[in-house]
Design a protein around this ligand. Structure first.
Ligand code: PLP
Length: 347
C-alpha cells in the first residue's frame, strides 16, 4: 500500500473519488459502449443536466476546468474582444494564459471588488474607460461561483451584473469550479443562479465535487454552442471513452451526491471557521460562504501546523491561510487541526 495523506486542507482536488461516482464508473465498465460520446451514459448525463437546470441546454464535457473555461470563453469572443473578470479569477491567475491562447488573443480586463466578487460599478469602470478602436472591445463578463475566496454571489448581485451585461450587450460566462457549493450555500435552484440571471454558459466542475476528472460545459444560449464540439476536439478535449466522464457525472446527479457532497463540505468549513475564530489570534479574512476558510494567524502557528504534516495553501488571494473542505473531510481531521492550532498558540 502506498501511504495516503489525509492531513490535508490544501484543495478539494486532493480528495479521492466519491463512492457514487466510483459506483457508476464501475457500472459503465461492464461491457463495451460506442466511443466519442455516442453512448448511452453521455446521453443520460446530458439529459439529467437539462432536467436539473430546467432548460434545453447544450451539454459538453472536458477533462479539466482550464480547458472548459478557455474553450467556453473562446466561443464567446473574437480575438479583438475582451473578458471582464475579477483580479483574483482563476482564468487570470491559474490558467497559464489558456483563455487568451484559445481565444487567439482576447484580453482579460481585471476588475476589483470586495471578497473576490465583481460588482456593477467595477464592471462599469472597465466598460467606460475606453471606447475607441485602439482598445479591445469588452464582450464577456466572467464570474466565478463560488469565488476563489470562498464567497458566493447572491441572487441580487447576479441580478445587478445581469442588468449591466444586458445594457452593454455582454455575454456572461460562469466558472463553476465550486458551483455545487454555491447552490448548497444559497439554497437556490441551478436555474435561478444561471440562465434566469442571464448566464450564457456555465463550466460546472465535477472533479472538485467528487469525480476523478471531468467538467460539464452547459450552453444556455444554444446558438453560442455552434461548432463547439470541433473546438473541444481540436483542443484535445474530446474523450474517446467519454462514458467514463459521463457515468460518474450521472452518478453524482442521479443520487443527489453532487449536492450532498457540497453541503457536507460547506458544513465542514462552517464548523472550522467557527472553531478557529474562537482563538483571538485567528481572524477570518472573508465571509465563510462555501467550502473554504481563509484566515490570518500568527506565522509561528502556520509553521507548527506544517511541522505536524498539515497541508494548506497560503498563496491564494491576498495571503493568509486557506483551509479547503471537500466531500471526504472528516470531523476527526478538523478537530485534529483545531487541537494543533490550540497547541501552537500555547507554545
Ligand atoms: C480548480 C479550479 C478550476 C479548474 O482548474 P483545473 O486545474 O484546470 O481543473 C477553475 N476555476 C476555479 C475557480 C478553480 O478553483
Amino acid at each position: 500500500m502506498l501511504p495516503t495523506s489525509l492531513e490535508q486542507f490544501a484543495s478539494d482536488n486532493n480528495s479521492g473519488i466519491c463512492p457514487e461516482a466510483l459506483d457508476y464508473t464501475l457500472q459503465a465498465n461492464l461491457g463495451s459502449a460506442p466511443a466519442y460520446g455516442n453512448d448511452e451514459w453521455t446521453e443520460r448525463a446530458s439529459d439529467y443536466f437539462r432536467q436539473i437546470f430546467e432548460t434545453d441546454c447544450e451539454v459538453f464535457f472536458a477533462f479539466n476546468g482550464t480547458a472548459a473555461n478557455s474553450l467556453a470563453l473562446a466561443s464567446l469572443c473574437q480575438s479583438y474582444h475582451s473578458v471582464i473578470c475579477h483580479e483574483t479569477a482563476h482564468v487570470e491567475t491559474d490558467e497559464c494564459g489558456a483563455p487568451e491562447f484559445f481565444s487567439n488573443g482576447s484580453k482579460l480586463l481585471l476588475g476589483k471588488g470586495e471578497d473576490g466578487k465583481l460588482n456593477p460599478d467595477a464592471i462599469a469602470t472597465l466598460l467606460t474607460k475606453r471606447s475607441d478602436i485602439h482598445y479591445p472591445k469588452p464582450k464577456v463578463i466572467s464570474l466565478t461561483q463560488a469565488t476563489e475566496l470562498g464567497t458566493v454571489y447572491s441572487l441580487e448581485e447576479l441580478e445587478g451584473i445581469g442588468a449591466i451585461a444586458q445594457q452593454y450587450q455582454l455575454k456572461i460566462h460562469m466558472d463553476g469550479a465550486r458551483f455545487a457549493n454555491a447552490i448548497a450555500s444559497l439554497n437556490q435552484s441551478p436555474a435561478e443562479l444561471t440562465w434566469k440571471r442571464g448566464v450564457d454558459v456555465l463550466c460546472f466542475c465535477g472533479t472538485k465535487n467528487g469525480m476523478a476528472m471531468g467538467e460539464a460545459i452547459l450552453f444556455f444560449d444554444k446558438t453560442l454552442a455552434e461548432d463547439f464540439a470541433y473546438r473541444c476536439k481540436q483542443a484535445g478535449q474530446l474523450a474517446s471513452k467519454m462514458r467514463f466522464i459521463a457515468a460518474p457525472w450521472l452518478g453524482l446527479l442521479e443520487t443527489g451526491a453532487w449536492l450532498n457532497n457540497a453541503l457536507h463540505a460547506n458544513q465542514c468549513a462552517a464548523y472550522l471557521a467557527q472553531q478557529l475564530t474562537q482563538f483571538p489570534e485567528v481572524q477570518l479574512l472573508f465571509p465563510r460562504q462555501a467550502n473554504a476558510v481563509f484566515v490570518q494567524m500568527p506565522e509561528a502557528v502556520l509553521h507548527y501546523l506544517r511541522q505536524q504534516g498539515w497541508q494548506f495553501y497560503t498563496f491564494i488571494g491576498v495571503g493568509g491561510a486557506r483551509f479547503m473542505c471537500s466531500w471526504n473531510t472528516t470531523q476527526a481531521r478538523m478537530d485534529g487541526l483545531i487541537a494543533d492550532v490550540q497547541t501552537a498558540l500555547k507554545i
